[in-house]
Design a binder for this molecule. Structure first.
Ligand SMILES: NC(=O)c1ccc[n+]([C@@H]2O[C@H](COP(=O)([O-])OP(=O)(O)OC[C@H]3O[C@@H](n4cnc5c(N)ncnc54)[C@H](OP(=O)(O)O)[C@@H]3O)[C@@H](O)[C@H]2O)c1
Length: 313
């Protein structure tokens, strides 16, 4: 495993992080039995993964992780969880946030959450988060219930990263979970420079998602970009638009997509949201292995580098 420092938290985190949300939710979405999920979590730890991301909105993920990690020494992993800052269009009350964090502690069977994140903060929710919820999170931090405070963005509504551009300018979070993939590379221009400047830790989500793991979905996404003249009609082949990336040590399009994000030096951890042990092992090999050849990186930048819309789903 490779380890990188997660910004100002100073936590040394594994470059591969295990995500328990996304379309897979550790395989909960496809009926993977809990015993297999425990095996996946144990394998991840054996391979050196020390960062696991979850959330109150990911079905039973928190509770499953709590059971899977019950016998693992608490210094063997960092747990990041999160909750939406709004419910029914209203910012959570102080009491709601405290109860939510207490519930996460109980479900995860831990005494402290290493990274507590506001989940999918939309630009219009940002002020409420900062003015009403951040002070509550600070109190929870002073009580030792959480160690660091971060946020994730609502990437599929905010492909331009407006919320993080404000938050990083205001410098309110220790960590950011950013939507970044080879189709929308815009965080390189608008988010990562601020993270470097403010020493904020970067976790990557949506490196692969559906568009880069399901060939039919990729064809649709590319055809749509061409039909709207967002990329040129002859930029990529119709049938297997990204198969030219699969060569030598690059075994698949998902592998290429994970390699693309791992090459960015601002990134501390790349989350992989799989419930499939074979996929997980391949993804670890892809992230830790040799990068994409410079000429392929160059072509990806030429084809997609100007896009800043929500892409990946
Ligand atoms: N706003 C937010 O806060 C937010 C939003 C999205 C994600 N996240 C976090 O970030 C994590 C990662 O994002 P993501 O889950 O969207 O994940 P991702 O890692 O980009 O993609 C996961 C999807 O790709 C499939 N996949 C993974 N590896 C594969 C492989 N080698 N071959 C074929 N298919 C493969 C998975 O299905 P299989 O199970 O079949 O492998 C799953 O459907 C989430 O789990 C969550 O913790 C946060």
């Amino acid at each position: 495993m490779k380890y990188r420092v997660l910004g100002r938290t100073n936590l040394k985190v594994s470059l591969v992080g295990l995500g328990s949300g996304g379309p897979s939710r550790l395989g909960q979405s496809t009926g993977v039995p809990e015993s297999e999920i425990h095996r996946l979590v144990r394998t991840a730890l054996e391979l050196g993964v020390n960062l696991i991301d979850t959330g109150t909105g990911y079905g039973e993920s928190e509770a499953i992780l709590g059971r899977a990690l019950r016998d693992v020494p608490r210094d063997g992993y960092y747990i990041a969880t999160k909750t939406r800052p709004e419910r029914d269009g209203q910012i959570l009350s102080e009491d709601d946030l405290i109860k939510t964090v207490e519930r996460s502690l109980q479900r995860l069977q831990v005494e402290t959450i290493d990274i507590f994140q506001f989940h999918g903060v939309r630009p219009h929710e940002y002020t409420g988060v900062v003015e009403q919820l951040l002070p509550v999170a600070e109190k929870l931090k002073a009580q030792g219930k959480i160690r660091f405070i971060g946020a994730s963005e609502m990437f599929f509504d905010d492909g331009k990263h407006e919320m993080f551009q404000r938050a990083l300018t205001d410098d309110v979070f220790d960590t950011v979970m950013v939507g970044y993939n080879l189709l929308n590379q815009s965080a390189e221009r608008t988010v990562f420079p601020l993270c470097r400047e403010k020493n904020v830790g970067v976790l990557i989500m949506i490196a692969v998602r559906r568009a880069l793991s399901k060939p039919a979905r990729l064809r649709e996404v590319i055809a749509d970009l061409k039909s709207r003249s967002r990329i040129s009609a002859d930029a990529l082949p119709e049938a297997q638009p990204l198969d030219w990336l699969v060569q030598n040590h690059v075994e698949s399009v998902p592998a290429a997509a994970y390699k693309f994000v791992a090459a960015e030096s601002a990134v501390s951890t790349v989350l992989t949201g799989t419930g499939n042990l074979d996929h997980f092992r391949s993804n670890v090999d892809a992230i830790l292995g040799a990068p994409l050849p410079p000429k392929d990186m160059q072509r990806l930048r030429e084809v997609f580098g100007h896009l800043d819309e929500s892409l990946g789903n």
